[in-house]
Write a new protein. Sequence first.
Length: 336
Amino acid sequence: MTDSKDLTVIESAVPTFQTSASLPPALITQAGEAPRNAWHDFFGTIQNYYTRRAYEHAVRRFLDWLRSDIAPEQIRPAMVGRYIATHTGSIPTRKLHLSALRSFFDLLVERHIILINPAASVRGQRYQAVEGKTPEITIEQARTILAGIHIERKNGIDRTMPLVVGLRDRAIIAILIYTAARAGAVANLRIKDFRYDGSQWTLRFAEKGGKSREIPVRHDLQEYILAYLAAIADWKERGTEPMFRTAIRRTRSLTSHAMNNIDICRMMKRRLADAGLPVHLSPHSFRVTTITDLLMQGVPLEDVQYLAGHADSRTTALYDRRQKKVTRNVVERISI
């Protein structure tokens, strides 16, 4: 949520890519029109904003690392290898940078700007994640944060008024818990994505990679969403509008701008602080807890994999903290 301390509405939409605002580094600019066009075409065709930003940072950092008087066709595998070897980032970061360089130089080869891809033969450091790094939120902590959200305010002596921001935040956090959806997918929800099929309510998520999934809504989540939508006038006729929108701090009224995943992360940090819970937790923490909880109850891995939207069950296994819980039990038994 992007709140303002005054009544000025600040749009929080993810910025769009603009070629004119992303000028190539000197090495590309000096090499001529073809490399400049390749630069703009490469980054202009990456649809995901965050992938585009990460890849551009990686390629730009490498080209800035090279001598300014070198031409693209003079870049050799040894230069890429030396750059990756001296890179100060983590192993996953170095692997991402190497992947970005390979993709970028592939296009230069296709455009006949260079003869070989200098990053193709460079091998990154081996890295295998046995367990994901996302911190796990406990079931009790999840219940605490839900219960601690105020959904109404006093208005007069014995009257209460719905607090739309509280209803919104409770609905968002409940969706994160009960659907294991990513924050970005929740931010992308439109009102029309909450639908009744004649027997139950469902949520249709637009996931990363162009995937679309429809998840049934359990009874308590249904109540939370309907309570939030009831605070929005004519919500059934506003299907194409964002389901979750930013708010103005002082008035606590909603704007017309959709929340993005960063807004949801900030909202959760505030709710964690209000509940006295560790603020290092994130919306992704709910995915860890939900996946682990279902697996501990014996739900088949393939069912949990579909709920999480993973193409590979090995990715789902990274969220499984059952082994971690066993390990803690073992070390507690050490008698020293």
